[in-house]
Design a protein around this ligand. Structure first.
Ligand SMILES: Nc1nc2c(ncn2[C@@H]2O[C@H](COP(=O)(O)OP(=O)(O)OP(=O)(O)O)[C@@H](O)[C@H]2O)c(=O)[nH]1
Ligand SMILES: [Mg+2]
Length: 319
């Protein structure tokens, strides 16, 4: 509350300005972050207060919003009830964690023709306070795609602590599994085992496409090939069948870099075909890696290569 007081100006009238609004506290996903560690060190956050209004009709400055960067995949829960309030998956996703209080109103704003000298003002509101629990869910960096039964789950189980069910029939895996894969020294990426794809999958046959959005964010696809069921079949056509499904589901999936990997080379019928299959793929400009997910042959080399490629892709995607 303030009144204008100046020499030679009798009854200067009310001139108390409004107070500024308090800042909001906002969580925003940032691609450069991969953990919630910063929030472990600092657990309490306050956005700036709004400034007081002053005489001479001076408005108080609004408080700055406080932006708290969080990694992609952050799930925001109510600390008390455990209710999921938000799932921040895309870069730039925001969550208003606590709203700043409204600013007060100075007495000048209450002046009317019949009440020319209000002797009151309205105080500002308190800002919101909330207790939240943040969890980081894994998001896949690399996806394994391929026909049913080619050994996707066997491979993921071999290179990570994930334990998807493995069995000798198609569509064993019904939901995606994620595993953390180590390569090099202390380096890791997250790999997802996506349920098998079949021709017509994008129209709803099979299971795979329900889960393809799990690989929309991956930077690299490991395309697993298996010729053991029918060694006479053209492996390149077989390979293309999956790519057509990926493209039909979402053209951007086809633009993702792929690594073609032939599995089950421990089986003699497969091993003897390796040079021939490799030639066929090379003819189409694709390098083919060969592994046995069961014995582990060739797996370390492929994992290292996946890691290095993923690292390079991640480097360029951040520029
Ligand atoms: N001989 C041999 N068999 C393998 C190899 N990798 C996987 N298999 C077998 O192939 C079958 C299918 O393996 P999974 O890992 O369940 O295959 P998947 O691609 O996950 O199958 P879906 O989840 O049904 O799409 C199982 O019987 C495995 O033991 C391998 O390198 N060599
Ligand atoms: Mg499986």
């Amino acid at each position: 509350m303030s009144f204008r007081r100046e020499r030679f100006v009798p009854r200067g009238g009310p001139d108390g300005g409004n107070g500024g609004k308090g800042g909001d506290t906002i969580l925003v996903t940032t691609e450069g972050l991969s953990t919630l560690l910063d929030l472990r060190y600092q657990q309490h956050y306050w956005a700036e207060n709004g400034a007081l209004g002053r005489g001479k009709n001076q408005q108080g400055k609004s408080g700055e919003d406080l932006i708290i960067p969080v990694p992609l995949g952050t799930v925001v829960k109510d600390r008390e009830t455990g209710e999921v309030l938000e799932d921040l998956t895309a870069a730039g996703d925001r969550f208003l964690a606590a709203k700043g209080g409204r600013g007060g109103r100075g007495n000048a704003s209450f002046a009317t023709s019949t009440r020319q000298a209000p002797r009151f003002a309205q105080p500002g509101e308190k800002g919101e306070q909330r207790r939240l629990q943040l969890e980081l869910k894994l998001l896949a960096d690399v996806g394994i795609v391929g026909h049913p039964n080619v050994g996707k789950s066997t491979l993921l189980g071999r290179v990570s602590a994930a334990r998807p069910k493995v069995a000798d029939y198609p569509f064993t895996t019904l939901v995606p599994y994620l595993g953390v894969v180590s390569y090099g020294e202390l380096k890791t990426f997250v790999m997802a085992d996506i349920p098998g794809l079949v021709a017509g999958a994008h129209r709803g046959t099979g299971l795979g496409t329900r889960f393809l959005r799990h690989i929309e964010r991956t930077l690299l696809l490991v395309h697993l090939v298996d010729i053991s069921a029918d060694p006479q079949r053209d492996p390149w056509l077989h390979y293309q069948e999956i790519n057509e499904e990926l493209g039909a589901f979402h053209p951007t999936l086809l633009e993702k870099p792929q690594m073609a990997v032939l599995n089950k080379i421990d089986l003699p019928a497969v091993r003897e075909k390796v040079p021939q299959v490799r030639d066929t793929f090379r003819h189409h400009g694709v390098d083919l890696y060969a592994i046995s997910a069961v014995t582990g042959e060739g797996v370390d080399e492929v994992v290292r290569e996946i890691g290095h490629r993923w690292e390079r892709l991640r480097g360029t995607s951040h520029e």
